[in-house]
Design a protein around this ligand. Structure first.
Ligand SMILES: Cc1ncc(COP(=O)(O)O)c(C=O)c1O
Length: 415
């Protein structure tokens, strides 16, 4: 006789995950101090991601730089400094921000185009500068020599193509055809290339792209008889749990162990290269923040529900143009999940955070959490018909309002 099997209750993984998800607690803590729409960041989430990143290259001479533009948030960068790491900047404001936070010049890596227009205002001894063009080298070489800068050169490698127009090479770095000129100016100034740098694009799909670029960069260095100590492979690792427009995971083809293998191989055979540097902004910071918005109105029809919220793409989440992020309600909700379009409050029809399947019981006044909003959100905010949103940092010791909601007076003064 068959033994009767005990009937198990179905496991509601989504429900269990929702109950244990710390983001609900962090957003509640933030909403005790500010109202929606608001950005909420968490030190624990950031620290967890940092541990994962460095763990992936444990035992290898790999140094990680904070990409300032990706998340220009004071307490987050301060926290990063406390971890003993350096910061990568691309403008005078970012340089000054890094200095104000106490980074010494050799802990700041200056990247980005057209820096000859602002770097002379900030020149200091011992800066680290990656040149982006022949003109930059020509204009800045004397300053570099006088102030004993540690020099790098950004190359435009073949695999560096535009994220929006695949196959089209970007405007950054030196093309192979410009390297003879670059060498000539560097030699004339008595400057040695210590760092060779590239940044492929954001959301790089596979480790093989880094391998191809590393090999090309080393070949180009060989042709110029440069012997860099450092290979700086930029950022670009794709965010986890984020979808593309076709609803496929952006990191579906990406493997950190494959990248580790490529880095290990290059350190093994590239003559003179002692360190590999990385500048991963998105991967590190995207999971450290969320956007919380409140439902203001609900429309039925057009085959779905439409939630009009107090925040959205136009104001706070430009990357929603290309990316699909997880959305959940602050309070756990019962009810059948139905097609739901989440819209912002502006009169742009593109102002939406995408279509989701959300409980049909969601009502005005309730709060939604748009996840993975840590990278490229507060730097890309707009003031379209509204002011800037408040920003809250949930540190391990205290919850801090980094920026209050913009007032009408300050919004008006900037019109
Ligand atoms: C030179 C450089 N380094 C690092 C980054 C960070 O890239 P990501 O956020 O895709 O890792 C960027 C982004 O544009 C960049 O231009």
């Amino acid at each position: 006789m068959a033994t009767p099997t005990k009937r198990r209750r179905p496991v509601n993984r989504a429900g269990r995950r929702a109950r244990s998800d710390p983001w609900r607690a962090w957003v509640r803590a933030a909403l005790r101090q500010v109202d929606t729409p608001c950005f909420v960041f968490s030190e624990s989430a950031l620290a967890g991601q940092w541990n994962r990143l460095r763990g992936r290259f444990d035992g290898l001479p790999v140094r990680h730089w904070w990409s300032f533009k990706t998340l220009p948030l004071r307490p987050a960068i301060q926290w990063w400094r406390e971890q003993g790491q350096g910061v990568e900047v691309v403008s005078e404001f970012e340089w000054r921000g890094a200095r104000a936070l106490g980074f010494e010049p050799d802990r700041i890596l200056v990247n980005g185009p057209a820096k000859h227009t602002w770097l002379p205002n900030c020149a200091q001894d011992g800066m680290r500068v990656n040149f982006d063009s022949v003109e930059e080298i020509r204009a800045l070489a004397p300053l570099a020599k006088r102030h004993r800068w540690r020099i790098g050169v950004r190359l435009n490698t073949r695999s560096e193509s535009h994220a929006e127009f695949p196959g089209v090479r970007t405007q950054f770095g030196l093309m192979g055809s410009e390297l003879n000129w670059a060498s000539r100016w560097l030699r004339a100034a008595g400057l040695r290339v210590e760092v060779v740098h590239f940044h492929l694009r954001t959301q790089v799909s596979a480790a093989a792209e880094y391998r191809d670029a590393m090999e090309e960069a080393l070949r180009l260095c060989g042709e110029q008889r440069w012997q860099p100590d450092v290979l700086d492979i930029g950022g670009g690792a794709p965010a986890q749990s984020v979808l593309d427009r076709g609803r496929a995971r952006l990191d579906a083809q990406f493997s950190w162990s494959a990248l580790r293998r490529e880095v290990t191989a290059v350190l093994g055979h590239a003559q003179g290269v002692r360190e590999v540097w990385m500048e991963n902004g998105r991967w590190l910071t995207a999971p450290s923040g969320v956007l919380a918005v409140r439902i203001c109105d609900v429309k039925e029809g057009r085959g779905m529900r439409t939630l009009i919220c107090d925040g959205g793409r136009t104001l706070h989440a430009m990357v929603a143009t290309w990316e699909g992020h997880t959305v959940e309600s602050l309070e756990a909700k019962k009810g059948r999940r139905v097609r739901t379009l989440i819209c912002g409050p502006t009169c742009m029809s593109f102002d939406n955070l995408g279509e989701h399947r959300l409980p049909r019981t969601l009502r005005p006044g309730e709060v939604l959490i748009w996840r993975d909003a840590g990278a490229y959100q507060i730097c890309w905010e707009t003031r379209f018909s509204h002011g800037l949103a408040p920003v809250v940092w949930c540190g391990r010791k205290r919850v801090e309002v980094v920026r209050s909601a913009e007032t009408f007076e300050s919004w008006w003064a900037s019109r």
